[in-house]
Design a protein around this ligand. Structure first.
Ligand SMILES: [Mn+2]
Length: 263
């Protein structure tokens, strides 16, 4: 069983709010009759015996929200084997990974993003959406972090990459024939701004020169390893054009579900 959980939370966004409105829009696009329910690897994503769409999480303010996300994901992982979270800003990934690492040993993270999100501290907020992977790595929650699509490294973040041994595949070095191999469970964290803004204009921090939708789908399809969960974050409906980004988020949601359920 895989549970889909909307996490409408954007308190830790540093520049623009709006991603709290994302889960409803992406799940609407996912459920829309404009497309059928199948992932490209042949899984019926609307099979209600295997896929459960939960009500969006209702969250308190501040650090209590982080605690609640961790608790709910832990509870859900006890009931279902897999959880796919729809954010929200990227700060949700830290408490989610705390919950996953309690269940899964030797966890790997595959992280698509324009940004490494490794700031030790951003605007005096350790839970900033610019910092979740610093919190994950300093707490030794995963054995391997691979980042793809990165095109915003600064000196501080290069220091953090080296400090934590992060494997960064920068956009300038990206090879579209890339095939990734992992030992042990893989969690996929997908920030929609990893895509080029041409494919996903509805984000708070658009960074031109990014991945195509097909690049990401090919990496997910060709990945060798067991994918056990993931998240799709940072969609900002206020910045979208004709729901392009919601539709793209829903497509990637299907491909992630297909990969999880068939891997
Ligand atoms: Mn980003």
């Amino acid at each position: 069983m895989l549970s889909i959980l909307g996490i409408p939370f954007d308190e830790n966004s540093s520049f623009l709010k709006g991603s709290a409105k994302a889960p409803q829009k992406i799940i609407e696009a996912f459920s829309s009759d404009s497309s059928n329910a199948y992932s490209e690897n042949g899984f019926n994503c609307r099979n209600t015996e295997k896929i459960k769409i939960l009500d969006n999480l209702e969250l308190p303010y501040g650090e209590l929200a982080i605690e609640k996300i961790r608790t709910i994901i832990k509870e859900e992982l006890e009931k279902s084997n897999h959880v796919l979270s729809i954010g929200g800003d990227h700060s949700i990934t830290f408490p989610i990974i705390e919950a996953f690492s309690a269940k899964y040993d030797s966890l790997n993270i595959l992280h698509f993003d324009a940004h490494p999100d490794l700031y030790d501290d951003f605007d005096n907020n350790p839970f900033s959406h610019a910092s979740p992977f610093a919190r994950i790595m300093e707490n030794n929650l995963v054995k391997r972090l691979v980042q793809i699509g990165i095109r915003t490294l600064n000196d501080h973040q290069i220091d953090q990459v080296n400090r934590f041994g992060v494997e960064v595949i920068e956009m300038k070095d990206f090879d579209s024939d890339l095939v990734l191999q992992f030992t042990g469970p893989v969690y996929i964290s997908l920030d929609l701004d990893g895509l080029d803004p041409a494919y996903a204009p509805g984000v708070s921090h658009p960074e031109p020169g990014g991945l195509s939708t097909r690049n990401i789908i090919n990496i997910i399809h060709s990945l060798k390893g067991q994918v056990i969960g993931g998240d799709i974050v940072e969609y900002n409906p206020d910045k979208d054009i004709n729901d392009i980004t919601a539709t793209t988020g829903a497509k990637l949601m299907k491909e992630l579900i297909g990969k999880i359920m068939k891997s």
